[in-house]
Design a protein around this ligand. Structure first.
Ligand SMILES: O=c1ccn([C@@H]2O[C@H](COP(=O)(O)OP(=O)(O)O[C@H]3O[C@H](CO)[C@H](O)[C@H](O)[C@H]3O)[C@@H](O)[C@H]2O)c(=O)[nH]1
Length: 582
C-alpha cells in the first residue's frame, strides 16, 4: 500500500534482511496504527493530503465562492425571565445528555508542564478544572433527576478525549482523587492518535529525525473527537438509553457551566440539531467568528470561520478593513467558544455517512514564495466545530450568545504573551482566568440582591485586571440563577478585601456582612443561615513574578498568591438547622 502511494523513500535506507528486524517490525506496527485510526486509512490520508497541499500551493481560498454575512442567533441576557426559564428547561434536559471534554491538547501557548485540566480553576479553594467540571455534571444530574421524581437514577456519561501527551496524567488525576466523586464507570477515556507528518507537496510521509524506523507524527486536532466517538460505539449505546444531547467542551473555561443550563434550554426549546455557544468577539481575538456563508450557487451555512481565516476572507469579499470592530466596539461576528450542543439522533445519522471524518486543512510553513519546500514537516488538521460543514441545508444549525463575563474565560496564554495582547482584548491567561471567576460570581450575587463592593484595578505579570471580592461556591450551591436567588436573602454585603467560600447545598446568606475571609463547609442535610457581621484580617493578595522560580508554576503563571492572615472557617457535619450570627 505504501509503495502504491509512492512512499518508497520510507524503505530506501533499510539494511538487508536480518539487520534491525525488530525495528522494522515496529515500523509496521506503527503503520498499522496510523492506518486504523484514520477514517479510510492511510491511503485516504495521503490522498487528502495531496489535494490539500496542492490547494495550499495554488493559494486557493477555502471559502472561494462564499460571501460572509452576520448571522442571527439567540442572544440571552443573564438573569431575566427568559434566561431563568431556559435554565429550568436545560436542567430538565440534562439527564438526557452526555458530556464530552476534549483534552488532548498540549497547551503549547500556555507552556505549562502538566495537563491543563489539573490547573486550579481559582486558588481560593485550589480546586482544579476537572474537579469543577465533574462536580458541575454531578449537580446537573441530581437536579435534573429531582425534576422527574423518584424513578430517575440516570448517570450522565462523561467522556474525556486525551492524547499521548495528556492520557497518563489525566487518568492519574482521576484515580488519585477517586474520580472527584463520579462513579468510575461513568467516565470513559478515548485517546486520540497522532497523524503522520508530511515532508513535501507530494505528501511523502516524514521520518522521525531521531529514528529512521518511525514515521514522524503530530496532533491532528480536536476534530478527532467525532470519529473516536463514532468508532467507540458510545453513541449507539447512548441512543439505546434514550439520551438526546451530546455537549462538547474544552479544557480550561472556568465559567462554562454558568452557560450550560440555559444553552441546553435553547437547544431543547428551539429544536436545534447543532447549537454553538458564542460570546461577543473583539476583532483579532483568538476565537473563531460565527459566520453565515452564502455560496454563489445559493447554498448557505452558519459556521465557525477560524480566527486566522476571518481577516483574509473579509478582505477578499469587499471589507477592506478585514477583521475589525464595528460601532459597538466588537466584531460583528459572534465569537465561537467551542462549546457545542449536538442533538444525538441527527448526529448519529450524519456520522453513519461520514464515519466521523471532519473537513481538514493543512498549514505548511514554506521556505520561500515558490512554495516548493517546507521549513518543517506539516500534517493535516481538523477542528470539532467544523462538524456542521457536511450537514444538509435542512439541518437546524443555530447559536446562542451570552455575555463574556458570564460564560468565557479560558487559560491559554503564558504571562509573556498575555502581556502583549492589545489593550482592551482579553488576556486568556491564568491571571485573567481566575479573576474572571471572582468577577462573574460577584456580578451574579449582585444580581441576586447582595451588595458586592466594586473591584480595584491591579497589575499582575504586567496584565491589568479587575480584582473583585474572591467569592466562590460549589456547583451544588448555585447551579442556576434561580437556586442562587433563593439563597441570597436580606441585605447581605461583601467588602472588596473579602473572600467567601461556600461549600454546601443549603447555605443561606440572610444579611451577612462580610469583611474578611469566611469559609463554610456543610453537608447537604444541614441548613445554615448567616446573618450579621463577620470581620477578620482575611487574606491579602501578594504579587508574584512569573520568573520567580521559588514559587510553584501554578502560582507563577497567575502572578499572585494569597497570604492567609486570618479567616473564619465553619464546618457543619450534622443534619438540621444551624445559624451563625454575630
Ligand atoms: O489535537 C488536539 C488539539 C486540541 N485539543 C483540545 O481542544 C481544545 C481547544 O484547543 P485550543 O485551546 O488550542 O484551541 P484554540 O485556542 O486554537 O481554538 C479553539 O478554541 C477557541 C475558544 O477557546 C475558539 O472557539 C476557536 O474557534 C477554537 O478552534 C482544548 O481543550 C484542547 O485540549 C485536543 O483535544 N486535541
Amino acid at each position: 500500500m505504501l509503495l502504491n502511494e509512492r512512499q518508497m523513500h520510507l524503505f530506501e535506507h533499510w539494511p538487508e534482511p536480518g539487520v534491525d528486524d525488530d525495528k522494522k517490525r515496529g515500523f509496521f506496527d506503527q503503520v498499522r496504527r496510523l492506518n486504523s485510526s484514520y477514517p479510510g486509512g492511510l491511503v485516504s490520508y495521503i490522498q487528502n493530503a495531496k489535494k490539500l497541499l496542492a490547494d495550499s500551493k495554488a493559494g486557493k481560498n477555502p471559502y472561494d465562492g462564499f460571501t460572509p454575512s452576520v448571522p442571527s442567533g439567540e442572544v440571552l441576557t443573564f438573569g431575566n425571565d427568559n434566561f431563568v426559564s431556559l435554565e429550568a428547561a436545560g436542567v430538565k434536559e440534562a439527564r438526557n445528555a452526555a458530556f464530552v471534554l476534549v483534552a488532548g491538547g498540549l497547551g503549547e501557548r500556555l507552556g505549562y508542564k502538566g495537563i491543563k485540566v489539573a490547573l486550579p480553576r481559582e486558588t481560593t479553594t485550589g480546586k482544579c478544572f476537572l474537579q469543577h467540571y465533574i462536580e458541575s455534571i454531578l449537580s446537573l444530574q441530581e437536579a435534573s433527576c429531582k425534576m422527574v421524581g423518584d424513578g430517575c437514577h440516570t448517570k450522565i456519561p462523561f467522556v474525556i478525549m486525551t492524547s499521548d501527551d495528556t492520557n497518563a496524567l489525566t487518568i492519574k488525576l482521576l484515580e488519585s482523587n477517586s474520580y472527584f466523586g463520579m462513579e468510575p464507570s461513568q467516565v470513559k477515556i478515548l485517546k486520540q492518535e497522532k497523524v503522520a507528518c508530511l515532508a513535501d507537496n507530494d505528501a511523502r510521509l516524514a521520518l522521525d529525525p531521531n529514528d529512521k524506523y518511525k514515521i514522524q507524527t503530530k496532533p491532528h486536532g480536536h476534530g478527532d473527537v467525532h470519529s473516536l466517538l463514532y468508532s467507540s460505539g458510545l453513541l449507539e449505546q447512548w441512543k439505546s438509553e434514550e439520551r438526546k444531547w451530546v455537549l462538547f467542551f474544552q479544557d480550561t473555561n472556568g465559567l462554562l457551566f454558568n452557560a450550560i443550563p440555559s444553552a441546553l434550554g435553547v437547544s431543547a426549546t428551539k429544536g436545534y440539531n447543532v447549537n454553538s455557544l458564542a460570546v461577543p468577539r473583539k476583532a483579532k481575538e483568538a476565537i473563531g467568528g460565527i459566520t453565515k456563508l452564502t455560496h454563489v450557487d445559493g447554498r448557505t451555512m452558519v459556521i465557525n470561520v477560524e480566527y486566522n481565516q476571518l481577516d483574509p476572507l473579509l478582505r477578499a469579499t469587499g471589507h477592506p478593513d478585514g477583521d475589525a470592530n464595528c460601532e459597538t466596539g466588537y466584531s460583528p461576528y459572534p465569537g465561537n467558544i467551542n462549546q457545542l450542543i449536538l442533538e444525538l439522533g441527527p448526529y448519529i445519522e450524519e456520522l453513519k455517512k461520514t464515519h466521523g471524518a471532519i473537513s481538514e486543512f493543512v498549514n505548511p510553513k514554506y521556505t520561500d514564495s515558490t512554495k516548493t519546500a517546507f521549513k518543517s514537516s506539516t500534517r493535516l488538521e481538523c477542528m470539532m466545530q467544523d462538524y456542521p460543514k457536511t450537514l444538509p441545508p435542512s439541518a437546524k444549525v443555530g447559536f446562542t450568545v451570552m455575555d463574556t463575563w458570564l460564560a468565557y474565560a479560558p487559560v491559554k496564554n503564558n504571562p509573556e504573551d498575555a502581556a502583549k495582547v492589545p489593550k482592551g482584548n482579553p488576556y486568556h491567561s491564568a491571571t485573567s482566568g481566575e479573576m474572571a471567576i471572582y468577577r462573574a460570581n460577584s456580578l451574579i450575587l449582585r444580581k441576586a440582591g447582595a451588595q458586592i463592593a466594586d473591584p480595584v484595578v491591579d497589575t499582575f505579570n504586567e496584565q491589568e485586571v479587575e480584582v473583585w471580592p474572591r467569592i466562590t461556591w460549589s456547583p451544588r450551591w448555585g447551579l442556576t440563577f434561580k437556586d442562587i436567588k433563593e439563597k441570597v436573602r436580606g441585605n447581605s454585603s461583601i467588602s472588596q478585601r473579602s473572600a467567601l467560600v461556600i461549600n454546601g447545598r443549603n447555605i443561606f446568606l440572610e444579611g451577612l456582612l462580610l469583611n474578611g475571609t469566611l469559609i463554610v463547609n456543610a453537608v447537604d442535610e444541614a441548613e445554615v443561615k448567616f446573618t450579621g457581621p463577620v470581620q477578620n484580617k482575611g487574606w491579602t493578595i501578594q504579587h508574584v513574578d512569573y520568573k520567580d522560580t521559588s514559587e510553584k508554576e501554578e502560582i507563577r503563571i497567575r502572578g499572585f498568591k494569597f497570604e492567609k492572615v486570618e479567616q473564619l472557617e465553619v464546618n457543619y457535619t450534622e443534619p438540621g438547622k444551624h445559624s451563625l450570627s454575630a
